[in-house]
Design a protein around this ligand. Structure first.
Ligand code: DON
Length: 319
């Protein structure tokens, strides 16, 4: 995979943003979290943080959106540090093949979620971050990491989104109570979900998100940081999970079509990592039927095709 000249890459991003502005098929905004239903489907933004050089942006790249499930990448990063190998006795690392909030597998598999990116898995991860302290302390750690990685202290939590999801989060409550009954949550369900709902409500722009993901394309290191954010092994494993589980029951298709480890959120964001090359964030609030941004994915497909950035080799014109 090659690095690209800045001017060429900027031109590609501008063209993608122009093209996305004209798309009429834009998907549907998430309505099961009422606050997210207010998002404007006409928006599209993209940002690329190359391993060397400044962040390049196009479209609405400075508009903040709810990162939702993309936060699971950052909480996993923290939980790997906090729990070490013990993490993997409480959550698996296989794709689920089911929707992100599915309940069916959890009973068959005795309350151990398939992976840390489906909701059940992320709730276990939130429980690990919470263990032995108050929700505010765990939420504070997640926010501090997002700010540190984005190198922007203005990154915050959208309280209206957190409140909206707390009011309507019965499905996540069902998952959490089931796991608690199976002994896979150690803290009270309402406190664990308080952490989970607030992490999902972190708001970031594409520019901030692309910058925040850059440690994953640089073997756990971040330019300008004295210490690694994570070890090389952990960065590799997070990327592997993004490739196999990051888009839930559409992860196989995204790997097949595009070949970039990625994580989506129902706020319409997609974070993608091209190891050794760049961290990429795209955003448009309209979702496909699997719960990932329709135009966000289309933008990744176009970017991969035009740059050759795919871990499996170049994406050709005719696919
Ligand atoms: O728990 C939920 O349902 C949401 N807070 C997050 C789900 C999500 O982002 C799924 N991603 N595409």
């Amino acid at each position: 995979m090659t690095e690209m000249r800045t001017e060429v890459l900027q031109e590609i991003l501008d063209e993608i943003a122009r093209d996305m502005a004209h798309q009429t098929e834009r998907g549907a905004v998430a309505s099961y979290i009422p606050e997210l239903a207010k998002a404007d489907r006409s928006r599209f933004g993209i940002a690329v943080a190359p391993i060397e050089g400044d962040v390049l942006v196009a479209g609405d790249a400075d508009e903040r959106f709810s990162i939702q499930s993309i936060s699971k990448v950052f909480t996993l990063t923290l939980a790997m540090e906090r729990a070490g190998r013990e993490l993997w006795s409480r959550v698996g690392r296989e794709p689920s093949g089911n929707r992100f909030n599915s309940i069916v597998q959890l009973e068959q598999e005795r309350g151990v979620p398939r992976n840390p990116f489906i909701n059940a898995g992320a709730i276990v991860v939130a429980d690990i971050l919470l263990e032995g302290r108050a929700p505010d302390a765990a939420i504070g750690d997640v926010l501090a990491l997002c700010r540190r990685l984005a190198q922007d202290e203005t990154v915050g939590i959208d309280d209206a989104v957190a409140e909206s999801e707390t009011r309507t989060g019965e499905r996540n409550r069902a998952l959490a109570y089931f796991m608690s009954a199976e002994g896979n949550l150690r803290e009270p369900v309402d406190k664990t979900l308080d952490v989970y709902f607030h992490q999902c409500a972190v708001a970031m722009s594409c520019r901030q998100l692309a910058r925040a993901g850059s440690y994953l394309c640089a073997a756990g290191r971040k330019r300008g940081f004295a210490d690694k954010v994570v070890t090389l092994d952990r960065a590799r494993r997070i990327n592997a999970l993004m490739m196999t589980c990051g888009l839930y029951d559409a992860s196989g298709e995204f790997a097949f079509q595009i070949g970039i480890p990625a994580k989506s959120g129902v706020g319409g964001g997609v974070l993608g990592i091209v190891p050794g090359v760049a961290s990429i964030a795209a955003w448009s609030p309209g979702l496909d039927t699997h719960g990932s941004s329709l135009l966000g994915q289309a933008a990744f497909r176009e970017l991969a095709r035009r740059t050759g950035w795919s871990v499996f080799g170049p994406v050709s014109e005719d696919g």
